[in-house]
Design a protein around this ligand. Sequence first.
Ligand SMILES: NC(=O)CCC(=O)C(=O)O
Length: 258
Amino acid sequence: MKIASIQLEISDTESAADRVRRVDAQLGNLKDYDFILLPEIWMTGYNTFDNYTKEATLMDGSFVSHFAKKARDLNAYLFAGSFVEKSGNHYYNTSILFNRQGKLIASYRKIHLFTYGSKEGDLLTRGTDPVVIDTEFGKVGLATCYDLRFPEQFRKELDRGAKMFLITSAWPLARLNHWKLFNAARAVENQCFLVSCNCVGTNQGVVLGGHSRVIDPWGNVLATGDERESVVIAEFDLGSVDRIREEFPQLKHRVAIN
Ligand SMILES: NC(=O)CCC(=O)C(=O)O
């Protein structure tokens, strides 16, 4: 399975339309990938809270239809990162996954909204449902940035059959050590592959941390970005998850603790 994580630069000077054009150009260069990822609220810029309600779109709006077509053109699973979704009087941080035919096969509303120096929790409604979706390679669990700090969400996804986690993020450089730690911990404790997509650049004074990761169930970093815009790529066999879990059956040794 070939995977590409587009570690996008976010700046306050680029318009959303220009950023979409730039992403389209990057996608155009990614031939023969099975999974492609984009970061969290990348079109608006995660920290540009004043634009959240202005730029919010419906689930059947232009953001979704645009990337449905891209997935079809690329013949790839496209995890298009997240956008501000408007639904009735509520706004959500919603990530979306398309299959190779451009069908929207999963949408996930961020459960753990970030409130530490962030207006996300004031502006948005939190999601309630962890998401795991079947793909031709196996089951995949979705999560968004701050969710990484909450292992119980990933355990729930494991219990629903996840063999790989896809993470969309706008995680700052200030807590890069936590980012690296949680990326590895969620992979190792659940014996899953984990692929993350973070932003770089400076958005509303927040320096974003990059270091998008591809991590195997042993915690080995198969690929990583640095603090510059790049496409992080890796190739691995998701079938190896079953072999690793057989060889080192840690998940069979769980004890229900009340
Ligand atoms: N976008 C986010 O959820 C940021 C999370 C973060 O900065 C942290 O957990 O630290």
